[in-house]
Ligand binder design. Structure first.
Ligand SMILES: [Zn+2]
Length: 303
C-alpha cells in the first residue's frame, strides 16, 4: 500500500469517524415528567380551604425558569388512558381510539417513540412507568429501555441511572401514586398533599442529576399531567381540569404561556425539539410552542 493512499484512507476514515461518546452534544436530550392525577386546582388553586397547599419548590422552580401554563387542557375523556395515549400520539381519544383504561393501542397511531426511533435509531429511548398500562400504549420495538417501577423513589432513581448513559436522548417517566392518593382520599386530602410533596422531592433529585450531567445545557424537561382530582376523589368533572404544562431548557422563552395549550401537544413539541418530522397522523398542533422553544438552527445548543 503506497503512502499517499494510506494518507487518503486515513483522511477518509477521519472524515467519517463516528462521534465518540459525549461528543454528540448537538443532539438534545428530553426528559418527560408525567405526573398522573396532578390538577392545577389541587395544587395551585383554592381547593385547600384554610389548609396550606403542597410545598413543591422543585416544580415551581422548573416553571419559574421555563415556560409554563397552569391552564393546559386535557382530552374530553378526562381520565388516564385516553390522555396518556393522546400525549404519546399527539391526538384525541376520538382519533387514537383508547377510550378506557383497558390495555389497548386503539388505532395504533405512531407514537413519539416511533418518530424518534426512525430519526435516531442508533440512540436510546426509555420509558420508566409506575402504571402498568403505559406499556400498552407504544410500540415496544421502538423503545430500548422499558422499566416498570413501584413508586416515585424507584422511578426517580431509574431515571437518574438511565441518564448516566449519554446515548440516552429521551426518557418518558410516569409517576402514578399521586393519582392513587386522589382516588382514595380526594384531591385536597393530607394524603394527596403528602404524595405531591414526595414526588416534588424526587423531581428535585432528577433535576440535580441533570444539572450535574455533561448534557445539562442541552437537556429539556417537560412536566405534564393527564387530569386532576375532585376534593372528594376522582371522577369526571370540570374541577379535574386544567393541568400544568411546563417546558424548561435551552432556547425556551421563560414566562407564563397565555395561549391555549393541551397535554397532547407534547408529541409535536418533542419532535420539534429534536428536529424530527412529526407524524402526519398527529392532529395536535405545535403552535404556540414553535414560538416558545427556539430550535433554529435545528439541533443547535445554546449557552
Ligand atoms: Zn390518571
Amino acid at each position: 500500500m503506497n503512502t499517499s493512499f494510506c494518507v487518503a484512507l486515513s483522511a477518509l476514515i477521519l472524515s467519517h469517524a463516528i462521534p465518540l461518546a459525549g461528543q454528540s452534544a448537538d443532539v438534545p436530550r428530553v426528559v418527560i415528567l408525567g405526573i398522573d392525577g396532578l390538577g392545577t386546582h389541587n395544587v395551585w388553586r383554592d381547593m385547600y380551604k384554610g389548609v396550606p397547599p403542597p410545598e413543591i419548590p422543585n416544580i415551581e422552580s422548573l416553571a419559574a425558569t421555563g415556560a409554563y401554563s397552569l391552564h393546559a387542557g386535557i382530552d374530553p375523556l378526562n381520565f388516564s388512558g385516553p390522555n396518556w395515549m393522546g400525549m404519546l400520539t399527539g391526538s384525541s381519544s376520538s382519533e387514537h381510539g383508547v377510550e378506557s383504561n383497558a390495555c389497548t393501542r386503539g388505532a395504533a397511531l405512531p407514537t413519539i417513540f416511533e418518530v424518534l426511533h426512525d430519526a435516531f435509531d442508533q440512540r436510546t429511548l426509555a420509558v420508566v412507568h409506575e402504571w402498568d398500562r403505559i406499556a400498552c400504549y407504544y410500540e415496544p420495538t421502538s423503545v430500548g429501555l422499558r422499566i416498570k417501577t413501584r413508586d416515585e423513589h424507584d422511578t426517580a432513581q431509574k431515571v437518574i441511572d438511565i441518564l448516566a448513559d449519554d446515548q440516552v436522548i429521551f426518557v418518558f417517566a410516569h409517576f402514578d401514586r399521586l393519582d392513587a392518593a386522589g382516588h382514595e382520599y380526594g384531591g385536597n386530602s393530607t394524603e394527596y398533599k403528602a404524595r405531591m410533596e414526595s414526588i416534588d422531592g424526587e423531581i428535585g433529585r432528577i433535576l440535580t442529576a441533570i444539572r450535574a450531567s455533561p448534557q445539562a445545557e442541552s437537556t429539556y424537561v417537560i412536566l405534564t399531567s393527564d387530569h386532576g382530582h375532585r376534593p372528594d376523589g376522582g371522577g369526571h368533572s370540570s374541577s379535574e381540569e386544567p393541568t400544568p404544562f411546563i417546558v424548561n431548557g435551552p432556547g425556551v422563552v421563560p414566562g407564563e404561556i397565555t395561549a391555549a395549550v393541551r397535554n397532547n401537544q407534547i408529541a409535536p413539541l418533542v419532535a420539534h425539539i429534536f428536529g424530527a418530522v412529526p407524524s402526519p397522523e398527529w392532529s395536535a398542533p405545535l403552535t404556540p410552542f414553535d414560538a416558545i422553544v427556539d430550535r433554529t438552527p435545528a439541533g443547535s445548543t445554546r449557552r
